[in-house]
Design a protein around this ligand. Sequence first.
Ligand code: BV8
Ligand code: ZN
Length: 245
Amino acid sequence: MNSIPGALIKKLRSTKHLAVLTGAGTSSESGVPTFREAQTGLWEQYNPQELATRQAFKNNPQLVWDWYQWRRKLIIEADPNPGHFALAEMQTISQQFTLITQNVDGLHQRAGSQNVVELHGNLMLDKCFDCSTPTTKEPPLTIRVFNCPRCWGLVRPDVVWFGEDLDPDNLSLALKTAENCDTFISIGTSAVVEPAASLPSIAKENGAVLVEINPDSTPVTELADYVLKGPSGEILPQLVDQMKA
Ligand code: BV8
Ligand code: ZN
């Protein structure tokens, strides 16, 4: 990984409102497969984009439930990586800091990040498919799909599926953050899934300095003022160390 430009460190130190958007790449060094990586075992034959929909759950609730239980188990067994911990520390050394995540794994919170904006929900929570009553059970790894105690509808994971609206409060907070921050860092996202994918360009259009951390190129790369090519678990700790130096 080439060294971090001094101008970027200087900018980060003087930033009043630092915004960060993370995607599945920030969790890949915790052993959680990214959303588009080939899924393993039984799930290899399925396209996650087709499983993460209301239709898929209506067609075969147990199959979709099993997929989420498999992912929950992966996440329960995973640990936050140095990139998650670096973001939690970055929050403590920034004047104003907003972490917006597309991830549903809760690893940012387990690493100590506060007030995380979970645009796509949280995989460890359940709600009723029909009346949306929160119905999270302890332990979360129930084998069979189960019924809502209130309306007897089926219980589903409390995540935002493709074709579903995001929580309006989370979305307006994310949009306001992109419009008002002075530095925006896009980390570990292929920047394909809307409306999250538009946040980096909205920040740039509103005058923010745009930074990308990703081993690959994405639609954000050509827009970014700084492109740090490499794994977030390595780059973020270096970034925070140099911000503090
Ligand atoms: C919406 C929760 C209004 C579930 C997720 C047709 C019909 C209906 C909708 C649409 C349509 N066409 C388009 C849409 C809109 C759709 C959309 O954007 N589709 C895309 C695919 C074109 N969006 C929606 O449906 C959203 N709702 O628009 O509502 C509406 C309503 C009705 C009709 C129209 C519109 C809802 C989107 C939310 C979907 N839910 N997750 C679950 O997880 O099971 S999204 C899912 O993808 C995950 O949350 C994931 O985070 C997210 C995005 O993927 P990434 O995070 O970017 O991960 P990815 O694997 O793609 O990339 C990983 C990156 O990491 C790579 O760049 C890689 O290089 C990098 N990387 C790898 N290793 C590392 C690394 N980076 C750093 N360090 C490393 N070590
Ligand atoms: Zn119900």
